[in-house]
Design a protein around this ligand. Structure first.
Ligand code: FCB
Length: 475
């Protein structure tokens, strides 16, 4: 069944063509004097695959969490999601149709190793094998993430990320995936947003496994970082040549006022959110004075292990962190509005974050591995009008062009997300996609923003002397 709708697409196309004055500020992204920059789209396994009990897949902590009453909006689960496990060919055609260079996806650990240790599931391995080959056949670089939050439930039953054993199991899983896919991947990331796994999952209870314990959360953060270091060591010892990295979510912390208390809160937020991961990865230590966050138990050799050289760093950026200690708190100004999640739109923060990192750490090449906005999109007469999303992407790409012009070695941008999908505890209520998904029929429809993204990429490539991602080869 053909599920891609083209109705209304012509009208959308006319509206989507980027004007020359909007293109000029983006020109540094394809400047011939700079390394190649890739444009991509991103997804994650649990958010799109569905087929939760098929193909030999084991259960993950998100299956357990989403099936626990009261944990997600409407009790939504990822059981079916976008049914990508069955519709992957059509979805790869969709990606190719956008004219992007690259696709970022994640591997569901319980699909390839149902218990998180021991036996491998050949059917699961074959799925990702076909996916990677399908991308390459369509001329799209595959960028894989090993852990986008779906820990095998069997490992959670033995303590999950609270135990060091899980870090060692993760390293074995990483090594295996390096062997199976490494020769064909453009990049491999260990973790996606370890802050979320640790603090949303183990301190705030908002994400799986739904625990609320600050000490445990900091210990989990340490084990995640340790697992990253162990994985890089195992992959490299095994001869993996694929560029290795990690993906962090980052936001600048802004004080609501110049009061001492607000300034201190912003400083603590910065150390707990950004520094807590950047300092161990690049400087081999945890920041002191991060508010309630206290350094975890660290065994001899851990910090050296965590500080493995990175081939690249991925940054996910959505908004800034606004810090107010007043009661009630002073809200952020929100001059550019908020997205459907209530997150403030603040593209300046992306430039600020990149320049901060550039000034404080010896960065490897950087990718923006996620950036995007949720909007209450409506499909009407075969089209989705989403001008605010177009504005969001344009302003963030402009921030990247500025960062590049100021010396940050940026190599690519992945829009989150390719298509509407299962937005964790928000279920299907929040739509981040460039492509609209009708969950009743699984019909995919390109939104105006998808047309705009495709046309902008094409127009940038047509700039005189433009340096294209494909010219750079892999990585
Ligand atoms: C990021 C996640 C991604 C998606 C976006 C909206 O934190 O990595 O899976 O949920 O937020």
């Amino acid at each position: 069944m053909k599920t891609i709708s083209n109705e209304g697409a012509e009208a959308a196309e006319a509206r989507a063509t980027p004007a020359p004055d909007q293109l000029a500020p983006l020109a540094p992204l394809v400047h011939p004097g700079q390394p190649a920059f890739c444009f991509g789209v991103a997804t994650a396994a649990y958010q799109i695959e569905g087929a939760a009990r098929e193909g030999g897949r084991g259960a993950s902590i998100w299956d357990t969490f989403s099936h626990t009453p009261g944990k997600t909006v409407n009790g939504d689960t990822g059981d079916v999601a976008c049914d990508h496990y069955h519709r992957w060919r059509e979805d790869l055609d969709l990606i190719a149709g956008l004219g992007v260079d690259a696709y970022r996806f994640s591997i569901a650990w319980p699909r390839v190793q149902p218990l998180g240790q021991g036996a491998w599931n050949q059917e699961g391995l074959a799925f990702y094998d076909r996916l990677v080959d399908g991308l390459l056949a369509r001329g799209i670089q595959p960028h894989a993430t090993l852990y986008h939050w779906d820990l095998p439930q069997a490992l959670q039953d033995e303590g999950g990320w609270a135990t060091r054993d899980t870090a060692h199991h993760f390293a074995s899983y990483a090594e295996k995936m390096g062997r199976v896919l490494g020769d064909r991947l453009a990049s491999l990331a260990t973790h996606n947003e370890p802050w979320c796994t640790a603090f949303l999952g183990h301190q705030q209870g908002k994400f799986a496994p739904g625990l609320r314990d600050m000490r445990l959360a900091t210990q989990v953060a340490h084990h995640l970082l340790l697992s990253h270091g162990l994985a890089l060591q195992a992959l490299r010892a095994d001869g993996a040549r694929v560029p290795l990295g990690i993906v962090l979510n980052q936001a600048p912390a802004h004080a609501a006022s110049s009061s001492e208390a607000d300034l201190a809160a912003a400083a603590a937020n910065h150390r707990g959110f950004v520094g807590w991961f950047m300092d161990p990865l690049f400087h081999g230590r945890y920041p002191a004075d991060a508010g309630e966050q206290r350094a975890p138990e660290v065994a001899a050799g851990d910090m050296a292990c965590i500080q493995q050289p990175l081939d690249w760093l991925g940054i996910n950026y959505y908004t800034r962190n606004w810090c107010s200690t007043s009661q009630p708190p002073v809200p952020a100004p929100r001059l550019q509005g908020v997205n459907d999640m209530g997150w403030e739109i603040y593209p300046e923060g992306l430039l600020e974050m990149l320049l901060h990192n550039h000034a404080h750490y010896r960065l490897p090449p950087v990718y923006i591995t996620e950036n995007g906005m949720a909007e209450a999109d409506v499909l009407h007469a075969g089209a989705v009008r989403d001008p605010r999303r177009i504005g969001y992407v344009r302003s963030h790409l402009q921030a990247l062009a500025q960062a590049r012009a100021q010396g940050v070695d940026l190599r690519g941008y992945f829009y989150w997300s390719l298509m509407d999908n299962y937005e964790w505890d928000s279920g299907y209520a929040k739509r981040f996609g460039l492509v609209h998904v009708d969950y009743a029929t699984q019909q995919r429809t390109l939104k105006d923003s998808a047309h705009w993204y495709r046309d902008t990429i094409a127009a940038l490539r047509a700039q005189p002397g433009a340096r294209l991602a494909t010219e750079a080869g892999r990585g």
